[in-house]
Design a binder for this molecule. Structure first.
Ligand code: ATP
Length: 746
């Protein structure tokens, strides 16, 4: 970027061409062009001509204002770009938005607005000024749209160079003139506004050349385009739309889940984030050292189950999100072993990249070329990890991501590809990368061996005092809530508070589980039963298990727990009903299904119709301490049960034209799923029946063959409605491999 700088003689001259990382602070001018001959060009400045041109005055004004604001450099589009150089012009067109955004100050020179009123006749002058401002040509031109939106500080000046106000002070006027939402004027990320809405801001604006309307939108849409030849000008808008459509398709295919929604769901499932219980981290010395880059850009937060790592990371994200947009980007991922969509290294990379391109869409350029060759397969085939890690490292080298924060919660819950993920994290937390990482995990030696020396460590056990204080805040909050809802008197409230404080041992989860159980105990029984809750997570799980053993529904509870522990993604209540063979009369009765889940102690929780383990440690407990009871025929037996149940459920549901639409060729975009979805109970089975067959290790595909013979097309139709045909093809390929291996074994 070439800037202007004052000389000793009071005039100004061009500087060298700065590379991005070296650009000093500068001011920038926004104006409308007069007749071309009157504007000062790059050539004029090189040749020392142009002082007599009318355009010289506004450059001088910009220089004076920059000096007033203690800025040594300034930039003016008429003379800082050598338009005779094609490569430079192309670079400038694609960089203009960023240059306006990075400017410390932007001065808008309104050549058709006179100074605001002073002294006598102020009121009538004010009206004249008002109407000149509203009618100013500056608001009708194409390029000035990005000059209004991109910079943080925009000040308006009259023809005489007097200050009229800044973007914030004149916000009401500007909003009225342009119809641009106030949030966008206040600097909200433009990616929050739809592409169509952003196009609409340009609708009534003009540019000298039609093609400039396209170029002036590039930054606003955060897209890069090569310069078009004159012959291509007529199709410029079409090309821009096409580039945007291609980009959107690529991002859609990249998105597996939205980590932002996962975070909301996890926070909600865990009962909401309590501010007082995580704020200690902000003042923690290791955290501060990491923030100040003193030891390592990689912070590893480690602690035992239920110590509050996930919620702590939610809190850290909340704090980091308070940074101004564009100061740094923030991308995160919450890993959950219980959900096959978010429990592996490839999904983690997809999530992190998705969040980055969502905030900075032009980063898609690092993916687009490969995606244009391979389509969605790029993110899904056997080489997906390699392709994605290459894309990820390229993206992280982009200077625009300097100081970006990357966060992964639950490395111990990354079931596939943990080792390669750790390598990548360590690699990208060193020079030349300038991103900062926060990762969390349990105290697992396999993770410790890799991260211990490569990161700044923050152990929750070594910060026991802060964690205990945070747990106490959590206890007080939970007990107060219980006391209010269950109308405890002071004696009961104090007894609960005492028992929890004495036994929590710095473990949030223990408190959460006990409070969950206290909900079900009547007020009058609390004083006698509060001591039934032993300290320690495992002891609490033992107690829950004993309650199931003593209940009349032991068999049903075991089948449900086994199923929820084995499924590849959380199932809904109606899917559960169809998969564990619950009595037909209640399979549609949500309240009864919910009651059945309650029989499983506090191991399970239902959120938004989906069933989850209350915590990963509950599932771990079942696998380590109750595996023989829950899985009498081993895990393979449960896989086989789910497979066989799926083969019963699907034929009952799937049929030709399952939604009774009659018309062939019905577009999926026009389709609205009915409230009573005929596929509801069979969705899980359609997606995963083959995976369960494969994992059951049962050496015959006879049942599968019979099902496919009768229902292959029905199944494909159902997958089509679910938008999961490619998953079906992947499943068929794995069935084929499975049958092949099985037949060799026979
Ligand atoms: N700041 C907080 N606000 C509200 N609830 C919290 C907070 N911290 C912890 N909890 C409660 O404690 C429980 C356990 O916390 P969390 O899941 O964060 O532990 P964890 O250390 O990530 O466990 P694990 O390593 O086993 O996954 C949560 O389900 C929630 O109920």
């Amino acid at each position: 970027m070439r800037l202007l700088q004052h000389n000793n003689d009071g005039e100004f001259s061009l500087t060298k061409d700065f590379v991005s990382s070296e650009i000093p602070e500068y001011a920038i001018l926004s104006h409308t062009w007069g007749p071309e001959a009157e504007e000062v060009t790059y050539r004029d400045l090189i040749d020392g001509t142009g002082k007599n041109k009318a355009g010289y005055e506004k450059i001088r004004l910009c220089g004076e204002l920059a000096r007033r604001d203690r800025l040594g450099y300034f930039w003016v589009d008429t003379c800082c770009i050598n338009k005779a150089n094609y490569a430079e012009l192309q670079y400038a067109l694609n960089s203009m938005f960023r240059w306006y955004r990075k400017a410390t100050r932007c001065y808008v020179y309104l050549s058709d607005v006179l100074s605001p009123p002073l002294g006598i006749n102020a009121e009538s002058n004010a009206q004249a000024w008002d109407s000149e401002f509203w009618q100013s040509r500056w608001f009708t031109r194409g390029w000035t749209l990005q000059e209004l939106l991109a910079p943080r500080s925009v000040e308006f000046f009259s023809r005489e160079g007097l200050r009229l106000g800044n973007k914030n002070e004149l916000k009401q006027h500007i909003q009225g003139i342009t119809s641009i939402p106030t949030a966008a004027l206040e600097g909200a990320p433009l990616s929050l506004f739809s592409v169509d809405e952003r196009f609409s801001w340009m609708e009534r604006r003009q540019t000298t050349l039609e093609v400039d309307r396209v170029y002036s939108m590039l930054g606003i849409l955060d897209i890069k385009m090569p310069l078009l030849k004159d012959t291509e000008a007529a199709t410029a808008f079409g090309r821009l739309r096409e580039a945007i459509d291609k980009r959107e398709k690529c991002v859609q295919d990249l998105r597996l889940t939205d980590p932002c929604h996962d975070k909301k769901r996890i926070e909600d499932t865990k009962g909401g984030l309590l501010e007082g219980s995580y704020r200690w981290i902000i003042d923690n010395s290791e955290f501060k050292q990491w923030r100040n880059n003193q030891i390592s850009p990689l912070l590893w937060i480690k602690g035992d189950p239920g110590k509050g790592k996930t919620m702590l990371l939610c809190g850290i994200i909340k704090e980091l999100s308070k940074m101004a947009f564009d100061e740094a980007f923030l991308s995160y991922f919450f890993c959950q072993a219980t959900d096959s969509r978010i429990n592996n290294a490839t999904s983690i990379l997809r999530g992190l990249i998705y969040m980055l391109v969502d905030q900075k869409p032009s980063l898609v350029s690092y993916i687009q070329k490969k995606y244009d060759h391979s389509g969605k397969e790029l993110f899904e085939d056997t080489n997906a990890w390699f392709a994605l890690s290459e894309i990820f490292t390229d993206i992280l080298l982009d200077p625009v991501l300097d100081g970006t924060y990357l966060i992964i919660d639950g490395l111990d819950e990354c079931v596939t590809g943990l080792s390669q993920l750790l390598d990548l994290i360590i690699q990208t937390s060193s020079v030349p990368f300038r991103v900062k990482w926060v990762v969390s995990s349990r105290n697992w030696p396999v993770i410790g061996e890799r991260l211990m020396n490569a990161s700044q460590n923050l152990s929750l056990e070594l910060n026991a005092e802060s964690v205990s204080a945070a747990v106490n805040i959590f206890i007080q909050h939970k007990v107060l809530d219980l006391a209010q809802r269950k109308k405890y008197n002071n004696k009961i409230q104090d007894a609960v508070l005492d028992h929890l404080s004495l036994n929590a041992n710095g473990t949030f989860l223990w408190v959460a589980l006990v409070c969950h159980d206290l909900e079900k105990i009547p007020r009058w029984a609390i004083l006698t039963r509060i001591h039934d809750f032993p300290p320690g997570l495992d002891a609490l799980y033992d107690r829950m298990m004993n309650q199931i053993r003593d209940s009349s529904y032991i068999d049903l509870c075991y089948r449900i727990l086994a199923l929820i522990a084995i499924v590849y993604r959380p199932v809904t209540l109606s899917e559960l009903a169809s998969l564990v063979n619950i009595h037909e009369d209640i399979s549609d009765d949500i309240e009864s299904l919910q009651e059945i889940i309650d029989f499983c102690g506090s191991f399970l929780a239902v959120r938004k119709d989906a069933i989850y383990f209350v915590h990963q440690s509950a599932k771990d407990y079942l696998f380590s301490k109750a595996v023989n009871e829950i899985f009498p025929s081993g895990k393979e037996g449960t896989h086989r049960d789910i497979f066989l149940r799926s083969l019963e459920v699907m034929p009952r549901t799937l049929r030709r034209d399952v939604y009774s639409l009659s018309a062939p060729g019905f577009s999926i975009d026009q389709f609205k799923q009915p409230d009573l979805d005929p596929l509801a109970a069979a969705r899980y089975s359609c997606l995963y029946w083959i995976d369960h067959l494969v994992d059951s290790n049962t050496c015959d595909g006879e049942e599968a063959y019979r099902f496919l013979q009768a229902h292959l097309l029905h199944w494909l139709e159902a997958l089509g409605w679910m938008g999961k045909v490619s998953e079906g093809i992947r499943a068929i390929l794995s069935l084929e491999a499975y049958i092949l291996v099985s037949s060799l074994l026979i």
